[in-house]
Design a protein around this ligand. Sequence first.
Ligand SMILES: NC(=O)c1ccc[n+]([C@@H]2O[C@H](COP(=O)([O-])OP(=O)(O)OC[C@H]3O[C@@H](n4cnc5c(N)ncnc54)[C@H](OP(=O)(O)O)[C@@H]3O)[C@@H](O)[C@H]2O)c1
Length: 304
Amino acid sequence: MAAEERMSTWSDATRIVREEEEVEPESEVQGESAAAAAGSSNNDNHSPNSPVALITAGSAGVGAATARLLARRGYRVVINFSRNTERARKVVGELQQLSCLPAHEIQNEHGNAYLAIRADLGSREEIGRLVCETVVQMGRLDVLFSNGGWTKFRDMTSIEDNTIEEDWDMCFNINVKSHLWLMQAAKEQLDRTEGAFITTASAAGIYPSGSSLAYSVTKAAQIHLVKNLAVMAAPKIRVNSVSPGLLLTEWSDRFSEQAKDAYRQKTKLKRFPTVEDVAEQVLTFAKSKSMTGVNIPLDAGFIV
Ligand SMILES: NC(=O)c1ccc[n+]([C@@H]2O[C@H](COP(=O)([O-])OP(=O)(O)OC[C@H]3O[C@@H](n4cnc5c(N)ncnc54)[C@H](OP(=O)(O)O)[C@@H]3O)[C@@H](O)[C@H]2O)c1
């Protein structure tokens, strides 16, 4: 990815992606903690009242569905993406339309209630920048929905096909480490707001299934990470995960129709869970002051 692409962010639905030289100098954002940036005297580009959610991998599938629900429920929302600027721009436009905030809070001289920020979840440095930019632009952070995941589809009947080292490295990097780096970067802000850190794990992390052995094992590690983080981040921050079964997103387009149908037939409820189901669960986690260290399977009864 070109340097200018990596560093581009944009802060409203109509603004063209900024060129690298127009972006805040990296040192000004990355050289101080998110909390310090938020508290700095020249940080007045936000309206401070409504809560703020940062949703990683937020321009499609589960992330976009959750962004829509949170916008309807009064949250200001930052969605993260890595490649498809146009798609992220469209989702931001939708969020503005769906918002229940008064018009003067959606867009005003202080900034915008809905933003998209490009950052690659495979890079710890970009994760730090993503959280810093979110706080600088929005002034606070109440919910971090850490929704990114990675897999390479492999033959789940073959050990040999599941021993590719690059798959394991990528899976650990995105499915486990990226969530830890996000938590670390956001902790100070979430402490201030007594906020929620929520991740999307997978039913494949609960029982042997899914797209690859590396995916299944690292999603199990993610669930365990979340439980440990719940202990470490208490008493102020609640940390939970949701584990969907097969969702009909772009991600699962890579399963054959036969495999998808076999999944549905095996569920007790004879249906696929939906991205809206996941979004509702994320909202519950965001609001509940009494849930932490929990992983909720949402698999339509695939395994009971
Ligand atoms: N779909 C399922 O059946 C299923 C089941 C269980 C769990 N899950 C989990 O649910 C989560 C979301 O999956 P989904 O099905 O909603 O995916 P999706 O529809 O394929 O959406 C992927 C999103 O991730 C972004 N993205 C991809 N690579 C990224 C990167 N390196 N850095 C930042 N953003 C990146 C994409 O934006 P760009 O294209 O612009 O980068 C897009 O916004 C994942 O953690 C997945 O493991 C999915």
